[in-house]
Design a binder for this molecule. Structure first.
Ligand SMILES: [Fe+2]
Length: 425
C-alpha cells in the first residue's frame, strides 16, 4: 500500500512524468541517429531485429496498451502496424513472423519516424490531460512502457553490433574505442554468511512482474569474485584447449560447441598469435584486462569448471548486489563496451556485462501472470532460459536493480553476457 500511496503522490507531478517520457523517446531516436537508413533494415539472424523495427515496435506498444484504451478519441496511426509490429502478444492477434522482420523494406525509416512523432505527441497529451483517477491507473502502464522502451534501446545496440559484425568493412557504430587499462584489479573473494535471506522486488519502485513476489531463500555460506573474469583469464582457458575438452562442458553445451564450431567468444578474431575483438567502435586489439563478454551460459559454466569454481546462483548474486549501489559502466558512460576493473572491493556488479547465473528462469513462489495481453510480457518465457543479473555497458542508466531478472537461452551469445565466479564457503 505504501507503494500505491507513493505512486499517487508522484502522480501529481505530471511535468516530471512528461519529461521522463519525452527523454525516453528521445534516447531511442538518438541511438538510431548515427545509422544509415540501410543499416536500420538488416536482420542478421532470427534473434536480431532491424533497428527500425525496434523503433516502430516500442511505438506500437504505447499505442496498443496506453493510447487506444485510455486516450478518448485516439485514432490508430495505421491498423496494419498491429500485424507488423506486434512482437509476441497472442492475445492481440496474428503477426508478421519474427525471422522475416528484415524483409520489411516498407514502411521506411522516415515513415516510422512519422509514426513515432504521432504516438509521442498523443501520449504526451494523455499524460498532460488525463484526469487524476485515469492517471493513477495509467501510471503503472507508463512506467512499464518506459521500461519496455529501455529494453529495446539495449536491443538496438546488441542487434546493430551483430549486424555490423557480418560486414567485412567492420563498421564502427561510434568512435573512438574505450581506453584500455594497464592492469585489472587483482581477483579477490567477498564472503557472505548466507542463512535465511529474502530476494525479489521490495516494492521500493517500479519492478517487472517476474521480480516478485519477494520470498525467503536458504543460502549456504558462499564467496563471490570481486570482479568479472577478464579476456586475459579467458584466453588461458582457450589456450588450455577449453573448447576441445568435453570434461568442462554441460552436455548441451558440448553439443553446441560441436554443432556451431565455437572456438572463442562471439566477436573474437585471431590473426596468428594476436587476438582482436569486434566492438561497437569497430575491430580492436583484445584488451587482456577488460572483462570477457559475448559468451554463452555454456561457455561461462565451462570456464567456471575449468577454474575449479562455479557460477553464482541468482539468489547469491542478488544478496551481494543489494549491498552495493547501482552504479557502473552503463549506456550513459558511452564506452558501449565493458571496461577493466581498477577499483577496490566488490566491483562491476552493475553495468559492464550481464552476469550469467546458474539459475534457471522460473517463477518465484506465488508468481501469477496478470490477466490479458500484458500478462504475456514475462511469464510465458519461463522455460529453457537462464537468469542474468546486473545490466551491461549498453543498458540505459536507471534501468536495472538488484532484483532485476534478465533471461536468455543458454546458447545465446549476442547479449552482453560475462562471467563472475563463485565458490562455496
Ligand atoms: Fe518488446
Amino acid at each position: 500500500m505504501a507503494l500505491l500511496a507513493g505512486r499517487r503522490a508522484h502522480a501529481e507531478n505530471r511535468d516530471a512524468w512528461r519529461a521522463r517520457f519525452m527523454d525516453c523517446r528521445a534516447r531511442s531516436e538518438a541511438l538510431a541517429a548515427p545509422l544509415f537508413p540501410e543499416d536500420q533494415v538488416v536482420q542478421s539472424m532470427p534473434d536480431v531485429s532491424p533497428t527500425k523495427w525496434h523503433l516502430a515496435h516500442v511505438t506500437w506498444f504505447w499505442e496498443t496498451f496506453v493510447l487506444a484504451p485510455y486516450l478518448t478519441g485516439y485514432r490508430v496511426y495505421d491498423p496494419v502496424y498491429n500485424h507488423l509490429f506486434n512482437s509476441y502478444y497472442e492475445a492481440i492477434g496474428p503477426r508478421h513472423p519474427r525471422p522475416a522482420r528484415g524483409l520489411l523494406s516498407r514502411p521506411g525509416v522516415a515513415e516510422i519516424a512519422h509514426y513515432r512523432a504521432h504516438v509521442t505527441a498523443a501520449t504526451e497529451r494523455l499524460i498532460t490531460t488525463a484526469d487524476a483517477t485515469t492517471f493513477a491507473i495509467l501510471l503503472s502502464l507508463i512506467e512499464l512502457g518506459m521500461a519496455h522502451e529501455e529494453q529495446h534501446q539495449e536491443l538496438i545496440l546488441m542487434d546493430i553490433k551483430h549486424v555490423f559484425a557480418q560486414n567485412p568493412l567492420m563498421p564502427a557504430y561510434k568512435s573512438p574505442a574505450p581506453k584500455t587499462a594497464r592492469a585489472a584489479s587483482p581477483l579477490k573473494w567477498s564472503r557472505y554468511a548466507g542463512g535465511l535471506v529474502e530476494i525479489g522486488d521490495d516494492g521500493a519502485g517500479f519492478a517487472f512482474d517476474n521480480e516478485g513476489p519477494r520470498h525467503k531463500v536458504w543460502l549456504e555460506p558462499f564467496r563471490l569474485a570481486t570482479r568479472l573474469v577478464t579476456n586475459g583469464e579467458y584466453l588461458a582457458f582457450v589456450a588450455d584447449g577449453g573448447y576441445r575438452r568435453p570434461e568442462f562442458w554441460l552436455s548441451d553445451g558440448w553439443a553446441a560447441v560441436n554443432a556451431s564450431g565455437w572456438e572463442a567468444p562471439l566477436y573474437w578474431q585471431r590473426d596468428g598469435e594476436r587476438w582482436f575483438e569486434f566492438t561497437l567502435s569497430g575491430l580492436v586489439r583484445l584488451d587482456p584486462f577488460a572483462p570477457v563478454v559475448h559468451v554463452s551460459h555454456y561457455e561461462a559454466d565451462a570456464f567456471a569448471r575449468w577454474s575449479g569454481r562455479r557460477l553464482p546462483t541468482e539468489a547469491e548474486w542478488e544478496i551481494a548486489g543489494a549491498e552495493v549501489s547501482v552504479e557502473g559502466n552503463f549506456l550513459d558512460s558511452r564506452a558501449l563496451h565493458p571496461c577493466a576493473a581498477t577499483g577496490e572491493g566488490l566491483q562491476q556488479m552493475f553495468g559492464d556485462c550481464w552476469e550469467w547465473t546458474q539459475s534457471a528462469y522460473a517463477p518465484y513462489p506465488g508468481f501469477r501472470t496478470s490477466a490479458g495481453a500484458i500478462g504475456e510480457y514475462n511469464g510465458k518465457f519461463m522455460s529453457g532460459q537462464m537468469v542474468l543479473k546486473g545490466g551491461c555497458a549498453v543498458t540505459p542508466p536507471g534501468h536495472v536493480r538488484a532484483s532485476y531478472r534478465n533471461f536468455f537461452p543458454p546458447a545465446a551469445r549476442w547479449c552482453f553476457g560475462g562471467i563472475r565466479l563463485a565458490e562455496d564457503g
